[in-house]
Design a protein around this ligand. Structure first.
Ligand SMILES: *Cc1c(COP(=O)(O)O)cnc(C)c1O
Length: 383
């Protein structure tokens, strides 16, 4: 076998739907010496990580921790622990991730009722209420806070109370929103939520922070059947994160170092300042993209994920290919019905800066024509 060349990844500006750029501080944490997963030092790292996650999730939930896999495993963890075969669940479907929630719940044996709206639109509390009225036996309501496939920002205020009136749990996907826009687990009465590391937390992909409130714990404790997944069974994982520190699986020690450092950076910046930074660069990017003649797809756009329609006659793959090859900039294409019809431009965590906005508008404007106007529009938004 020939020698394999040394790893030498190209420098990129990661401006797609994730992963986002990772700061050197987080990369250094990843390279710190590995210790055992039961080493007293690591137990301290776990406690710090939980405390920092509680801060970013805005919760006092004791059961708050990262699962040892990416965001989809967080989705699956929540569903397989909170749903038993035969349970009825209600899922809001307005993009890829709501569709996936249905698929995961069906595989867990649930009877899934969908409330649907057009891709790019969000649900009103009345639409959720109508879904609950139509299906009074629903035990869990699942919604996607930040639908990364469409850029839609789902308002959540008031929905937790609706679920509570019916004795249903509210499960929220905040993979893309956490660390970039307010996620108020306690104030919004969210019973369970999952996120990911590689979006607005700007940590490499590999962990999925989750949090569970009292009502979710009561539901797990009242289960009559074992959780179908051995690996994701929280009744065992809780013992490792609790006082027993019982071995379940070998924790991804260095990934936890990295997440701890990424969360320390979130805390240092301050949540409000961080959200304001995401709004500010979103406004400038939006001004620039609109100056290029691009239109936003969703009514309620997320700040960290900008989904715009590709103009007629423009070759999606050619443009994204040129951005990557000639400018080192990654943006995302469309998924499902938006394949070939949308670009998804991320401004997440460390990828949310004036440098990123300007580089993208200059490069995209160069390819489509109109770079000067786009940059002036962005500058005016920053003024
Ligand atoms: C990225 C994403 C996921 C899945 O996360 P992975 O890390 O790719 O497994 C789930 N939900 C939403 C809304 C996402 O944006």
């Amino acid at each position: 076998m020939e020698a394999t060349p040394e790893l030498d990844p190209p420098a990129r500006l990661l401006m797609g739907p994730g992963p986002s750029d990772v700061s050197p501080r987080v990369l250094r944490a990843l390279a710190a010496p590995t210790v055992g997963h039961l080493d007293p030092y690591y137990l301290g790292v776990m406690n710090d990580t939980r405390r920092l996650l509680q801060h970013v999730f805005r919760t006092d939930n004791e059961l708050t921790m990262p699962m040892s896999a990416t965001g989809m495993a967080g989705m699956e963890t929540c569903i397989v622990n909170l749903v038993e075969p035969g349970d009825e669940v209600l899922v809001g479907v307005n993009g890829v991730f709501g569709t996936r929630m249905c698929d995961v719940a069906e595989r867990a044996g649930a009877t899934v009722h969908r409330i649907e709206t057009e891709w790019g639109k969000v649900f009103t509390p009345d639409e959720v209420k109508a879904g609950l009225d139509a299906h009074p036996k629903v035990k869990l309501v699942g919604l996607v806070h930040a639908e990364t496939s469409t850029g839609a920002h789902q308002p959540l205020e008031g929905i937790g109370a609706l679920a509570r009136e019916r004795d249903a749990l509210l499960l929220v996907d905040c993979v893309t929103s956490l660390g970039g826009a307010p996620v108020e687990i306690d104030a919004w009465q969210i019973d369970a939520a999952y996120s990911g590391t590689q979006k607005c937390l700007s940590c490499p992909p590999g962990l999925s922070p989750v949090t569970f409130g009292e009502r979710a714990l009561a539901r797990m404790d009242a289960r009559t059947r074992k959780v179908q997944s051995w690996y994701l069974d929280l009744s065992m994982i809780r013992s490792y994160w609790g006082a027993e520190r019982a071995y379940h699986h070998t924790a991804p020690v260095n990934m936890t170092y990295a997440l701890r450092e990424a969360l320390r950076m979130v805390h240092e910046e301050g949540l409000e300042a961080r959200f304001e930074r995401h709004r500010r660069h979103h406004r400038a990017l939006r001004a620039g993209l609109e100056a290029l003649g691009l239109t936003y797809i969703p009514d309620h756009s997320l700040p960290m994920l900008n989904a715009v329609a590709i103009p007629d006659g423009v070759d999606d793959k050619a443009v994204r290919g040129a951005l990557l090859r000639e400018h080192g900039i990654e943006i995302g294409g469309g998924l499902g019905p938006f394949a070939g019809r949308a670009w998804r431009i991320g401004l997440m965590g460390a990828s949310c800066s004036r440098h990123h906005v300007t580089a993208l508008l200059g490069a995209l404007g160069g390819l489509l024509g109109g770079a000067g106007d786009a940059l002036s529009a962005a500058d005016a938004a920053y003024a």
